[in-house]
Design a protein around this ligand. Structure first.
Ligand SMILES: [Zn+2]
Length: 471
């Protein structure tokens, strides 16, 4: 090789290595944006609906179609390329007041349905992988409803109310927020009463039942706010993969909300995914922190448990963000940092969404034996639309039952379920009306009613509505 060729080679090598060096180049940014905006981007936790409701009445108030001062609204989701946000119905619980915890949870689910109804051309509540893919393909935001803090579930109502939440589209449930409840021990290891009574570890018997029922229904168990003891019980009980919807890595930042290496390994073995959270307090000891600190947590998890078990779990509108991330409109900056660190396109696609979607798919697969196959040949038409406002605390809840020609119903198979409590309703054959006159006044504002009928093949049909009492 003569000197001249050698010099050319050196220059060529220099240019190549500069282009892939650790600082951003224009080519690099373009690659990152290409990857980001051509991926299905999934975020397993936000608290935006909490901000969309009126703080006194809990009725929906702010339509996120417009620009807001929230971390998430529709224009920001579009600008940030966030296709599949999980919208949590968050409550920290009202200790000893289940009706209020039910009301709060329903208020936030109702706000999501209201958001969908106002913006159906661009925003769709999606409850299966198939629906998510269809909505994204049509250029819509695919919203996945979830619950953070199942303080509304107790001994009397848990299984029926869980089914009603499923009807309303809920596909992931975090059993606890930080305080413990009837299902298990939360991160704080104490109940939410004024005395902050210490709790004993793990899932309760009821929590175990709820976990099994969620497997059967096809709902994802979210371990993010659980105490470690509860996490281990869930790992033992769940037949389907789980998520930690918004957590960090304990080895980088010692915090009760972060997962230890042992937990991360168990989560990977279970087939689950940790959605890495932006919340600054969970990322570093020093503040402020930045997206690079966030991606350090991704790096750490990927190195420990592999590329298939890590995702995004923002906590948008649930707390502060790293200093260089304004809101969801800048989510592509994470992809820019991943590209800078040498992650390949296929791996970035997994982190951005494919991993979390895989969990949804596997949870659906485990649930295929679900016994409540939908009954054919009959239609149930409740007298209420979703979120109906009614003016009495003792309403008569009614629905019309429409039978297709030739189809039969099992007259003994009617039920009306209110806030997780099942009642035997009246059925008027002449008008085909199913009804229940409540006699005990309902407490609190938001409630949920399900009308259920069974056809002669034993298949069940249900219609579920949230209603609001303004008396
Ligand atoms: Zn949280």
């Amino acid at each position: 090789m003569n000197k001249r060729v050698f010099a050319y080679l050196v220059v060529a090598l220099l240019i190549t290595s500069l282009a892939s060096a650790s600082f951003a180049t224009p080519a690099n940014d373009k690659t990152a944006l290409d990857i980001h905006f051509n991926s299905i981007v999934v975020d397993s936790h936000n608290d935006t609906m909490m901000k969309a409701i009126n703080s006194t009445t809990w009725l929906p108030e702010t339509d996120i179609l417009e620009n807001t001062n929230f971390h998430i609204d529709i224009p920001k989701l579009q600008a940030g390329g966030l296709n599949v946000p999980f919208f949590a119905a968050y409550t920290s619980g009202y200790y000893g007041n289940t009706p209020r915890s039910i009301s709060r949870t329903l208020a936030l689910i109702n706000a999501l349905h209201w958001t969908e109804e106002n913006n159906s051309d661009v925003f769709k509540i999606t409850t299966s992988l198939k629906e998510i893919e269809k909505a994204v393909h049509e250029g819509k935001i695919a919203a996945v409803p979830t619950i953070e803090g199942a303080y509304s579930l107790d001994e009397d109502n848990a299984i029926e109310l869980l089914h009603q939440y499923y009807d309303l589209g809920i596909r992931a449930v975090g059993f606890t927020w930080n305080s413990s409840n009837d299902l298990g021990e939360g991160a704080n290891r104490q109940y939410g009463d004024p005395e902050r009574t210490p709790s004993s570890g793990g899932l309760t018997k009821l929590g175990e039942e709820v976990a099994k029922e969620m497997n059967r229904l096809g709902m994802v168990i979210d371990v993010s706010h659980m105490a470690e003891s509860t996490f281990w019980d869930v790992i033992n009980v769940s037949k389907a993969p789980i998520i930690a919807s918004h957590s960090g890595m304990h080895s980088l930042r010692n915090h009760q909300r972060n997962l230890t290496d042992q937990q991360l390994k168990a989560l990977a073995k279970n087939g689950g995914v940790v959605g890495v959270v932006f919340y600054p307090e969970f990322l570093t000891y020093e503040r402020p922190n930045y997206i690079k600190d966030y991606v350090d947590h991704i790096d750490y998890a990927v190195n420990l448990i592999g590329i298939d078990h890590v995702g995004i779990g923002s906590d948008f509108d649930g707390g502060p963000l790293p200093d260089d991330l304004k809101d969801s409109s800048e989510l592509y900056k994470v992809t820019e940092e991943l590209v800078r660190r040498g992650y390949k396109k296929q791996d970035i696609e997994k982190l951005l969404g494919k991993n979390t979607l895989r969990v949804l798919k596997e949870v659906e697969k485990v649930a295929q034996n679900h016994p409540n196959k939908v009954g054919q040949g009959l239609t149930i038409k409740p007298a209420y639309k979703m979120g109906e406002i009614i003016s009495t605390t003792t309403p008569k809840l009614t629905a019309e039952i429409i039978r297709e020609k030739g189809s039969k119903i099992d007259a003994g198979g009617f039920r009306i379920i209110v806030d997780g409590i099942s009642y035997d309703p009246e059925y008027d054959e002449e008008t085909s009306t199913l009804s229940l006159q409540l006699t005990e006044p309902l407490k609190e504002r938001f409630h949920v009613v399900t009308f259920e009928a069974t056809n002669n093949a034993g298949k069940i049909k249900r219609e579920t509505r949230i209603f609001y009492i303004d008396d």
